[in-house]
Design a protein around this ligand. Sequence first.
Ligand code: PMP
Length: 291
Amino acid sequence: FDQREGSIWFDGALIPWKDATLHVLSHGLHYASCVFEGERAYGGEIFKTREHSERLLQSAKLLDFEIPFTAEEIDAAKALVVRTNGKADAYVRPVAWRGSEMMGVSAQHNKIHLAIASWEWPSYFDPEARRKGIRLDMAEFRRPDPATIPCKAKASGLYMICTISKHKAERKGYADALMLDWRGHVAECTGANIFFVKDGALHTPTPDCFLDGITRRTVIALAKRRGIAINERTILPEELATFSECFICGTAAEVTPVGEIGEYTFTPAAITQALAEDYTREVQPKAKAAA
Ligand code: PMP
């Protein structure tokens, strides 16, 4: 991935993709003082770019560091990267981390770096599996208690258990894993939020210990527009048997139907279909959508 053509914005300027390197003694690498974003550009326009930039700044604050760029500057840098790399439909990855000046847990004055890359990433899941509904494993690890971590930060350290869970699921032939939270309630997938359908209404876990995704909030707004009832509440794993449809959503995953979670099966139907279509329409650039 590091030997591609293209440009990466690094601490204020575009540089060749292959030159965007950092030192092995970076604090971000050793102690996970690192936050990032995942965004998508559609038709050259990044969907909800400002919300993502603000979440990035907020994630850094939660890890006790300040990114030395404003939301406006980050928005402009992301747009420049997408334009320069020449793909109108692209995934955009800003990442900010503490540098290498001090190599201990404490690194009060280390330089804060920000890099932004973009690349083509058409479908997060296999398109065929996606049509039928992807299969989810139950993850072994749980989302931690918010008293133990800054759960609202999109922080690299919080992805350790996501990667372990996703690898384990993939080795068993599943597309992803559903994680419970520390209380044993249904939480989210390794890179996406989850929704269920029962009797024409949506049910989704209250995001009190995991990311309240930008896609999740978009889907809720789209469902409201359609007059679909939304229940944000505690969902117990035993309840999975009572839902007829299930989908996950996130910037990378968009709206992806789920066909199976362990022993439970779901049939992607009208509500999943409608919200997936609404989302596809919603992310189109304003000018095009108005045409
Ligand atoms: N949960 C996790 C763990 C994620 O990585 C993501 C993707 N950022 C989401 C939820 C969904 O967030 P968003 O819709 O903002 O992409």
